[in-house]
Design a binder for this molecule. Sequence first.
Ligand code: CP3
Length: 343
Amino acid sequence: MIKNDLFLRALKGETVERPPVWMMRQAGRYLPEFMEIKEKYDFFTRCQTPELASEITVQPIRRFGMDAAILFSDILVIPQAMNIEVQMKPNFGPYLPNPVRNRKDVSEVIVPDVEEALDYVMQAITATKEKLNDEVPLIGFAGSPWTILCYCVQGQGSKTFDKAKEFCFTQPVAAHELLQKITDTTIAYLKAKVKAGVNAVQVFDSWGGMLSPTDYQEFSWKYIQQIVDALKEETPVIVFGKGCWFALKEMSQSGASALGVDWTCSAQNARYLTGGKITLQGNFDPARLLSPPSEIKKMVTQMINEFGKDRYVVNLGHGILPNVPVENAKAFIDAVKEYKLAH
Ligand code: CP3
């Protein structure tokens, strides 16, 4: 049904001519056509207007021809739907004026009817599917419960998420209550997205690497596993944990179709830890897209040779940076499309 199904075949572990490629945060500020829309509409208006969200989603596909599109939205629409106010402040990032700090705050957090509260996301999926015309698959996503908790408790971005960790370690009962509410909402949300038409889902555990391996099991992985269990029969699930290479072995036994890796973990180590059996996705250092295009191309070819062309999805190790020149992003995508074995 999907004309270019390279990405879905790689997720199944099938042998492919070349690995598929997409970039985390591929719709974003490095694109002039994105900036044009950004100047006219604020962040959540862009997320909540299906015509805008679908247009932004297909912009990078039109320009570069990646093998998968990812719906323009944000992980923070989940806390918003759960009755927690979230603002996106220009030049600051997410800001939650009333962060969750105790058990009473947790009791006021709701598990919403997602099909109602996040109907605009489902409409954006419908609009995007029409624009994509089955050319490439569409990825839906959500934040991991731990990563969402980080913002709900900290109230903003942070280098350490110290308040989120303090909350978990001093009020573990309240923390687990909140994590379970987020998990229940996320499962219903991702199922609704699949029903609306996405072809795969990715869970972003952007701040999993803030936790020690033991705490990671208790406060993050346990809940991601619930999400994988609930979704894996319906759609391929990709789990991206930034800084979570220490959990790759356990992740590889979870039922997920693929695992994202960041650039601090070598291909060899990631393959070793996952037993060579599961599809891996990553892991180009986003800052390396600032190197000259010819160097980017060489490095991408080398990266594919290291991961191997099968059971592999080429991606960055985290989101693309706003200051990446468009021609450098193009070199990254082109290098994969031009890939031939034995370089
Ligand atoms: O990948 C895509 O192209 C789809 C769109 C997407 C956005 N956010 C759009 C966005 C995705 C997949 C996300 C996920 C997201 N959002 C994550 C997980 C991935 C990651 O990068 O770790 C996180 C942690 C967030 C929370 C968030 N949203 C932050 C920290 C910020 C500010 C970042 C910054 O650089 O200012 C956002 C805002 C945001 N989400 C922007 C975009 C394009 C930039 C702001 C804007 O466009 O006005």
